[in-house]
Design a binder for this molecule. Structure first.
Ligand SMILES: Nc1nc2c(ncn2[C@@H]2O[C@H](COP(=O)(O)OP(=O)(O)OP(=O)(O)O)[C@@H](O)[C@H]2O)c(=O)[nH]1
Ligand SMILES: [Mg+2]
Length: 544
């Protein structure tokens, strides 16, 4: 799905009282994803945004002593144990009259399929950069996806409280590595132990901060004029001189902020700060409210769907089981693309055709959920899913529509799952539900259904599968690596499979479609050369 092929639009800035209820609700929504290389501080920034928005009272930590509160968006047991994000979390909150929907995504490449899907559900992106490392590999890859979808990007350069690269050099890195114009909106004053705060360029305001105990509470904000001698004294002569020099450089040769260029993905407004110590968060939050676009039109096979169209449309971009240990249900996360969703509405699934009554719908705040009776374009809602929805499904009322397919990554790692106890039913349910989430693909070889092979994009997912089977299904498994490295489906299911050499094997997936597991990409190519009449597919249709 390409959310932004149609040109970006803003609702006409007319007197709000002349807008319909739908137009008013849509225009106040902001749906965005936070992305970056692992460890840049996405979850920490998310937590602080929630704190500043008043959505939580106390910020939790990503890694912390046992008794301490955990970050809201890292709600899964394994996330808390390892201090990394594993699955994209949705958080909805109100801020200055706006309804914000935030997706905190995992940075690790092994979980990037989940991150890509979250990106497609968003209208804009916050890109976090570690000030010591600049643009890192995974950020570059995710940036390319944003560029393809023409998603507007705000950049937050984080961890200025630690030894950092020079801010001018960091801007240069953004421009050179990513090929996007970088327009600084604020500028850091000092770094590491000399980090004093940020200068808000368009407002000519100095925001100085005091470090506080563990950055747990709101930072005090003190605003004064740049030329105030008191400011110079506060900052310290050395830091002040360097900072003024930098400002002269960007004043002369820097990219000025331009709304149209930002909205078109041609430039990224840049903010500096430190999520952990709360420095520079208010200007960033304000920008998010003021600059980020409202819900955008979406491409479908039937043409562009405008968010303010009366007909309800949306698509499933994520499925997650067992979020709430009390309910143990499966939730399909739906990005509402147009119109109004109402509780008990009969929605059509374009893949299935028959209507489903959506009797229970939720909005999410990490693991927490709240029942809703109405939702509008831009919202991310959860529908309880006893197996009717699959990732990529289009849901709608009224005339048929189908949004473009979500990307699917081919599995590259294959492990044999060996059940260590007798809990066969739970084992089967667990595998099926985790497969439904898109965490893995399950294959059955001649070895039988008790020891299936799971294919994943990244090897860390083996740990996630074993841990979740244990905590959510009380099943002990061992996943042993196999020598397979690629799966290919037969385009013609009836075709005979020639005898296979080397390390290849015939298998079936859950829908009994036949495929071949190969030991290497090279082996796939060799097979294709030897048997040009047998057409192989890299992807199966999205698992149902
Ligand atoms: N010094 C300092 N540390 C920070 C800052 N922001 C985050 N961190 C630390 O950096 C580590 C990673 O932070 P996270 O927020 O988990 O990073 P992430 O980008 O969400 O990581 P993944 O989700 O695993 O990709 C944690 O130990 C944080 O406490 C900051 O501004 N300053
Ligand atoms: Mg995280």
């Amino acid at each position: 799905m390409n959310p932004s092929e149609p040109t970006a639009v803003e609702l006409p800035s007319q007197d709000p009282s002349t807008l319909s209820e739908l137009e008013r609700e849509v225009s106040r929504r902001r749906t965005f994803a936070i992305i970056s290389h692992p460890d840049a501080g996405k979850t920490t920034l998310t937590e602080k945004l929630l704190l500043y928005a008043g959505a939580i009272e106390l910020a939790g930590a990503v890694r912390g002593r046992k008794a301490r509160r955990h970050a809201t968006s890292d709600w899964m047991a394994l996330e808390q144990e390892r201090g990394i994000s594993i699955t994209a979390a949705a958080l909805e909150f109100e801020l200055e009259g706006r309804r914000m929907s935030l997706l905190d995504t995992p940075g690790h490449k092994d979980f990037s399929e989940d991150t890509y899907r979250a990106l497609i559900a968003a209208d804009s992106v916050v890109m976090v950069i570690d000030a010591a490392n600049g643009v890192e590999d995974q950020t570059r890859k995710l940036f390319e996806v944003c560029r393809r979808h023409r998603l507007p990007i705000l950049t937050f350069i984080n961890k200025l409280d630690r030894p950092s690269r020079d801010p001018l050099e960091l801007l240069d890195d953004l421009e050179k590595t990513l090929g996007i114009a970088a327009a600084p909106v604020n500028w850091p004053i000092g770094s590491a132990e000399n980090f004093r705060g940020v200068y808000d360029i368009p407002r000519s305001h100095l925001l100085l901060y005091e470090r506080e105990a563990q950055g747990q509470f709101r930072a005090p904000v003190d605003i004064s004029s740049l030329d105030d001698p008191a400011a110079r004294d506060l900052i310290g002569e050395n830091v002040y001189a360097h900072f003024r020099e930098n400002l002269d450089v960007i004043g002369g040769a820097g990219t000025p902020y331009d709304t149209a260029a930002y909205r078109a993905g041609g430039q990224t407004p840049v903010f500096f700060g430190s999520a952990l110590t709360n420095f520079g968060l208010e200007p960033f939050l304000r920008a998010l409210v003021e600059l980020a676009p409202s819900p955008q039109p979406r491409s479908s096979h039937e043409g562009t769907v405008a968010p303010t169209e009366e007909r309800f449309t949306g698509f499933v971009f994520k499925i997650q089981a067992n979020m709430d240990p009390r309910h143990r249900d499966r939730v399909a996360f739906v990005r509402v693309c147009s119109g109004r969703f109402t509780k008990d509405m009969a929605v059509l699934n374009s893949r299935v055709g028959k209507p489903i009554r959506a009797s229970r719908a939720y909005r999410f705040f990490g693991r927490e959920r709240e029942t809703i009776s109405v939702a509008y374009a831009g919202d991310i809602i959860g529908l309880v899913n006893p197996g009717q929805f699959a990732i990529g499904d289009t849901l709608h009322s009224g005339a048929p529509v189908r949004f473009l397919d979500l990307p699917r990554f081919p599995a590259e790692h294959f492990g044999r799952v060996r059940l260590q106890d007798q809990r066969h039913k739970q084992f089967d349910d667990g595998l099926q539900q985790l497969e439904e989430e898109g965490l893995m693909q399950v294959f059955f070889t001649a070895g039988g259904r008790r020891e299936p092979i799971v294919g994943v994009v990244g090897a860390l997912q083996f740990d996630v599968i074993a841990s979740r089977l244990r905590t959510e299904y009380s099943v002990e498994v061992v996943i042993e690596p196999t020598s397979y490295a690629a799966a290919r489906w037969l385009a013609d299911p009836a075709q005979a499979i020639p005898s296979l050499g080397g390390g290849a094997a015939v298998a079936t997936d859950r829908q009994e479609r036949r495929l071949i597991l190969f030991a290497s990409k090279w082996e796939v190519e060799y097979f294709e050369r030897q048997h040009p009449a047998v057409k192989l597919l890299e992807e199966s249709p999205i698992a149902v």
